[in-house]
Design a protein around this ligand. Structure first.
Ligand code: PNS
Length: 167
């Protein structure tokens, strides 16, 4: 073990939003190293292929020296062990997130008792924000610039906006 406090921030990131980014920036100040980990094969049908989700995150976190971006498949705890990370970071926006997060954290603890899940709160400015809602707003031609970085907004509009190939 390297002795560094490495935390893993896993998710679908389909796509990354300002809510995710807010949490990443907060976590980057607390942990020596943060690995943003994108699930490769999600049971939920994703709008963006893995390569695009990774590219959008990489561009969004390029100003943060101690943040890297990776993908994983299979169990999160196996990936965490492989990365020498003992912390899993998740964001909780509202009480409605809590039940799902509790189940995941306890299952992960059962699978790997040495790995802890830590929860952080994103800024309340983003407590209503989710990738799913941003995609929905974009599909119907609504403004998304307040919710995602400019390069993500461009990709979202070309992928899902009115008149786009997948809209
Ligand atoms: O952004 P999401 O979709 O809420 O992230 C969910 C994610 C990727 C963290 C979760 O589905 C996951 O960890 N999947 C990997 C499979 C796994 O380890 N499952 C057991 C934990 S309950």
């Amino acid at each position: 073990m390297s002795g560094k406090r490495v935390a893993i921030y896993p998710g679908s990131f389909d796509p990354i939003t300002y809510g995710h980014l807010d949490l990443i920036e907060r976590a980057a100040r607390q942990f020596e190293e943060l690995a943003v980990a994108v699930l490769e094969h999600d049971s939920k049908e994703g709008a963006f292929p893995l390569s695009e989700r990774l590219a959008m995150i990489r561009e969004s976190v390029s100003h943060l020296d101690n943040v890297r971006v990776a993908s994983f498949d299979g169990l999160l705890v196996d990936f965490a062990r492989q990365e020498d990370a003992r912390l899993i970071l998740r964001g909780i926006r509202a009480v409605s997130d809590y039940e799902y997060e509790l189940q995941m954290a306890l299952m992960n603890r059962k699978l790997e008792p040495d790995i802890e899940t830590v929860f952080m709160l994103p800024s309340e400015t983003y407590s209503y924000l989710s990738s799913r809602l941003v995609k929905e707003v974009c599909r119907h031609g609504g403004r998304i610039d307040e919710f995602v970085p400019p390069h993500v907004a461009v990709r979202l509009r070309s992928m899902l906006g009115p008149g786009a190939r997948n809209s």
